[in-house]
Design a protein around this ligand. Structure first.
Ligand SMILES: O=C(O)CCC(=O)C(=O)O
Length: 262
């Protein structure tokens, strides 16, 4: 992967902090996208063959809305330059404004063709066992995405609501009601973009993806980062359950490598 620094501007950093998301175009080349598609296809096939519930899904909810494969970097050496990319991690570090940033985990998110299931409005942070906010996802489109095949949409500024209670990804629990938001406050922005472009969103930003109404799969790779120094809050999570962290301990160690520092 080409790790030439991405020309992130101060305005883009300001936009991210104010709105809780940013869209960045042409971060990966067509060759890089094509390589990632191949790795994803193989990984999904492999993981489905030797079905391991801790790797293919987080919860039944996740499985209902997309095929999810977690922590590809631990099994596929050829994906490591992407997941550990200093270019992507440095964008994340600058957006957050921290001294050093670590990998939380990666995951492939695939919505098969003609799959009408939507990913309901939710925040990510309530599912992560972290005390301090700041963690963020980089969602890389590996197909051109639009509202027809399940691109992400965000509510600008919704990260400022802070961490709410987790909502089901499939049921009609209403995060907007929980946040006390009126209809006029709900102005989603759809992140249509070409393959190789990406979005970064804060763990507290409300987001949604519609069903895939096209005949082709919608493939995406997400990489999640968190600021070094973030501590463990003891909530169950597939990535930390076997690691024996004490509540309040710093999340660190070889499973959470530092990927960029000032
Ligand atoms: O890819 C999707 O459909 C939803 C992804 C999502 O919710 C996330 O990356 O946080």
């Amino acid at each position: 992967m080409n790790n030439k620094e991405f020309p992130l501007t101060r305005e883009q950093v300001r936009f991210y902090r104010q709105n809780g998301y940013i869209q960045l175009h042409n971060v990966l080349s067509p060759q890089e996208v094509s390589e990632l598609r191949k790795i994803l296809t193989r990984a999904v096939k492999d993981r489905k063959k030797k079905f391991d519930p801790t790797q293919i899904q987080f919860t039944d909810d996740y499985q209902k809305v997309f095929t999810q494969v977690v922590n590809l970097w631990q099994d596929y050496e050829e994906i490591q330059p992407y997941i550990h990319s200093p270019k992507l991690a440095e964008i994340a570090r600058r957006l957050v404004g921290c001294r050093s940033i670590r990998l939380w985990h990666d995951h492939a998110l695939i919505k098969p063709g003609r799959d009408g299931v939507e990913t309901k409005w939710h925040q990510d942070f309530p599912y992560w066992p972290m005390n301090e906010p700041g963690a963020l996802s980089c969602w890389i489109a590996l197909d051109d995405v639009s509202e027809k095949n399940g691109c992400l949409s965000f509510i600008p500024g919704s990260h400022q609501k802070g961490r709410l209670k987790p909502v089901s990804l499939t049921n009609r629990q209403n995060i907007f009601r929980q946040a006390g938001m009126k209809k006029r406050d709900i102005q989603p922005v759809a992140m249509e973009m070409k393959a190789g472009s990406c979005t970064f969103h804060d763990g507290n930003t409300f987001h949604y993806a519609g069903g895939n109404t096209t005949s082709r799969p919608r493939r995406a790779l997400a990489i999640i980062y968190f600021p070094s120094g973030t501590t463990y809050n003891g909530a169950p999570h597939v990535v930390t359950d076997d690691l024996g962290f004490e509540v309040g301990a710093k999340l660190q160690g070889p499973r959470f490598p530092v990927l960029a520092k000032k």
